[in-house]
Design a protein. Structure first.
Length: 392
């Protein structure tokens, strides 16, 4: 743990109302690079992710997204609780939330209210579907965004049943977009001195992720599906599985045939052109699958790489985390001691080593007294707030 004084966002204060994943992964970027992120939580409950596993409020899911932040637990139904937020807003640079559209306004903390206190405030929102429109009222959630954005409908084989993607792809993508929007707004404020409202949604982030596929559909009314390419696929081996990407070569099928001992199959009229390969994808995939099943993953990776073909073993999470490339990259970060931490660090690589773990994820309300003291509240006033349950 070390000082944030030399970090890119040192001196930036963030009021963080976020919970679950979209918001917390966004503010984690800011916290990791020096911002003082003050996490506003509900007394006795806190961030929804505190209850993701077995009722332990300091579970790995919560801890993975909340290092380098401070927690204050406030009863925001009270006038004094609201006044604390207003006092924080007067000195803050950024306010972030991922509530449904309109919730911050109803709480009294909308952009119009806060910019009267601080014209330089940047008000950042992450929603499910946007602030307006037919879905604006709907609760945002990763799986819903997968379904409504078209992502879930695109499968390598149309006969494959629809399924939920096993990682929170939409939440993480939108969280990174929200962090980008906040950083852009901070840069612009450096020039103008004026804050602004910025926002992202799960829905739009997932459409943006499909920028190539959407362009092909909008301009040519054709489906583009990289997973359905005829020379690409995931295949079982005798001891595991691998993926093959038959692309970025002049004659990929010729080289695949050489690697798999499929002879002159690449000269077959059914497979001579990319269009013919696409029309006969099922035959190609069956031939590949039969060959791959006959030997080990390591054997086939060696054969494919001899032909300079793109391929990789399919690893479990355990295997990926233990991989030598993970070790060399320093992807897993660890803090030893009484309050230990072991989690994924940052994928951002800055030459001056700007990433720091200044402190481990906070327990619910652990920093409330310190946050109020920073605002100039006296110890007597803080004690009174604790006694009345406004601060816990």
């Amino acid at each position: 743990m070390s000082s944030s004084d030399t970090q890119p966002l040192s001196g930036i204060t963030v009021i963080d109302f976020t919970q679950a994943m979209l918001g917390p992964v966004s503010t984690l970027v800011l916290a990791d690079y020096g911002a003082d992120v003050i996490k506003i939580e509900r007394p006795g409950q806190g961030d929804l992710s505190r209850w993701s596993e077995d009722g332990d409020p300091d579970n790995p899911v919560y801890r993975s997204m909340n290092r380098n932040k401070r927690s204050i637990a406030l009863d925001l139904r009270s006038a004094e609780g609201k006044e604390i937020i207003y006092d924080l807003a007067r000195k803050a640079d950024v306010v972030v939330n991922n509530f449904r559209a309109g919730v911050m306004d109803r709480m009294g903390f909308g952009y119009d209210a806060l910019r009267k206190l601080n014209p330089g405030i940047i008000f950042a929102s992450g929603t499910g579907f946007g602030a307006d429109g037919p879905l604006s009222h709907k609760g945002g959630q990763d799986v819903l965004a997968q379904a409504l954005s078209g992502v879930m409908a695109r499968r390598p084989d149309p006969a494959t049943p629809y399924s939920v993607y096993s990682t929170c792809l939409c939440d993480y993508t939108a969280g990174m977009h929200l962090a980008q929007a906040i950083l852009l707004a901070l840069l612009q404020r450096n020039r103008t001195g004026v804050g602004q409202r910025v926002s992202v949604s799960l829905f739009e982030s997932m459409l943006a992720m499909q920028t190539q596929e959407a362009a092909v559909w909008l301009q040519e009314r054709k489906e583009l599906n990289w997973g359905a390419m005829p020379l690409t696929g995931a295949f079982a081996t005798s001891d595991g599985a691998l993926v093959l990407v038959g692309a970025f070569k002049s004659e990929p099928l010729r080289d695949i045939c050489a690697a798999l001992d499929l002879g002159e199959m690449w000269r077959d009229p059914r497979f001579e052109t990319p269009l013919a390969q696409k029309a006969n994808r099922s035959h190609l995939q069956s031939a590949f699958a039969e060959r791959f099943a006959g030997n080990t993953t390591a054997y086939w990776i060696g054969r494919l790489e001899e032909q300079d073909l793109l391929c990789a073993p399919i690893l479990t999470m355990e295997e990926a985390l233990a991989h030598q490339q993970t070790v060399v990259n320093g992807t897993v970060v660890e803090v030893a001691g009484e309050q230990s931490l072991r989690a994924i660090g940052t994928p951002l690589r800055l030459e001056n080593d700007a990433f720091r773990i200044r402190h481990v994820p906070p327990k619910l309300g652990a920093d409330g007294e310190a946050v109020l003291a920073d605002l100039g509240y006296s110890s007597a006033r803080i004690a009174g707030l604790k006694q009345t349950g406004i601060l816990s």
